[in-house]
Design a protein around this ligand. Structure first.
Ligand code: DC
Length: 260
């Protein structure tokens, strides 16, 4: 399987050549609440550095879709986890944008629809569900050792030993405005107030759950994106990751020299 390729309609990505495939293992985590631009940032960081990108939210969305399709009560974590044992959620890294697959098919926009949106935080709160999806995420990292992964618990729980960890923030108002723009661009009729309420409710569920809650991972670099363009957030992360790699290479050279 190859790493994701760059979406050609993105103006930033389309003119930039990757800044070089970095050597050795490299895991970069980007966590933060909804509407901070994590997915776009992660895709562009991956394109700039030649890394594979993993959108873990799409995996929880696929689990929520499976719950709906099978008519399982979203509060029944045990039954959802059982269903995950017999159905497959995996990533298609051959696709243009590293899509999630549910039982081998791309669910497309269905995982972004209202029905999934209304239960995904409930589904994602079950420890049995998280255990299964965390195992898939770690398996991805063992087969794609140059990875940028984004979600809520990537730097805190799934990859606490990641090489570089980031936590993106933005005010509720800015996040809701971005979400409204995204949804309106897709032709959805939405109003700011209800989107803001939805974001607040999901934040509370994501941050309040016992297992893998939304937290700033220890040692993560916080980037407040309120007054930054996407390209600026991407630029900061790319620079920091490159510095981390230089330091790691110097340390590796030093210990190899010491051993000689
Ligand atoms: O990032 P997103 O909006 O696509 O995430 C969808 C839901 O999945 C959201 O409620 C948070 C949850 N999620 C999670 O609990 N852990 C992750 N690593 C990623 C997403």
């Amino acid at each position: 399987m190859k790493a994701m390729s760059v979406p050609s309609d993105d103006p930033v990505e389309s003119f930039q050549e990757p800044d070089g495939v970095l050597s050795g293992r490299l895991i970069v985590t980007i966590d933060g609440p909804a509407g901070t631009g994590k997915s776009s940032v992660a895709r562009q960081v991956a394109a700039r550095l030649g890394l594979t990108v993993l959108d873990t939210g799409s995996m929880y969305r696929a689990a929520a879709l499976l719950t709906l399709r099978l008519g399982i009560d979203p509060t029944d974590g045990r039954r959802i986890a059982e269903a995950l044992g017999t159905h497959r959620i995996e990533m298609d890294f051959d696709a243009e944008s590293a899509n999630v697959l549910l039982d081998g098919s791309d669910p497309g926009e269905e995982i972004r629809g209202n029905q999934v949106e209304s239960i995904v935080s409930i589904v994602a709160a079950h420890p049995e569900v998280r255990d299964r999806l965390v195992a898939v995420q770690r398996a991805v990292a063992s087969s794609h050792s140059k990875l940028v992964t984004e979600g809520r618990d990537q730097g805190s729980v799934v990859f606490p030993d990641a090489d570089a960890r980031f936590f993106l923030t933005a005010s509720g108002q800015v996040r809701a405005t971005r979400r409204v723009e995204q949804l309106r661009a897709k032709g959805r009729d939405v109003d700011l107030e209800s989107v803001l309420r939805g974001i607040d409710a999901r934040d509370r569920l994501d941050a309040g759950r016992a297992d893998g809650p939304l937290v700033r991972p220890e040692g993560a670099i916080v980037i407040d994106t309120d007054h930054l363009q996407l390209v600026e957030v991407v630029g900061r992360i790319v620079e920091i990751v490159q510095i981390v790699q230089i330091v790691q290479n110097v340390e590796a050279d030093r210990s190899a020299g010491g051993e000689a």
